[in-house]
Design a protein around this ligand. Sequence first.
Ligand code: SF4
Length: 197
Amino acid sequence: MWEMIQRSLQRGVLAGREATPVPAGITPAPRAESGEIEVMGDALRVEVQRLFRGSLKLRHLDAGSCNGCESELQALLNPFYDLQRFGIDIVASPRHADGLLVTGPVTRHLEEAVLRTDAATPRPRLVIAVGDCACDGGFCRDSFAVHKGASALLDVAVRVPGCPPRPAEILRALLMAIGHESVRVAAGVSAPGMPTP
Ligand code: SF4
């Protein structure tokens, strides 16, 4: 397999056809090496490498979201943000996760699902509320059908406000989360009650 890929890369031939050259006069947009995303990402990569041997796994938990926050979380995985290059990934099972990314106001209908997902996540775990709804119930906080955000049921460590928050804001929150005491305990860097190094 590697030989096939190597051959294609050396010849510039993919799927049996010549790669399309960039038209004359068009310069590919440069990647913002010193942009906000790169700066935060570099800091994240260093911390994830130090605390989690380069691999931090999070499970997304939809607790009644409108899917706006999901779109922004999804954007973090696209080739522009490429969250995985910083050592962070979204996993399919809470049993494989170091923490939860909660979206939505936590509807009463999903209460049991939220509690069971949380119970399945190994301790200590990190809970991050993404979006206004998960932070405090958002625009529907006064509805009888919802709790007022994830903290009604879970021990939320980090809140990311916004409706929805931009991917850069979610990245910044992840950077804050890495410094949270519960993450350091999970990584074996400090014990409960110890000052944060
Ligand atoms: S915070 Fe906004 S975008 Fe996110 S789930 Fe609530 S209404 Fe949708």
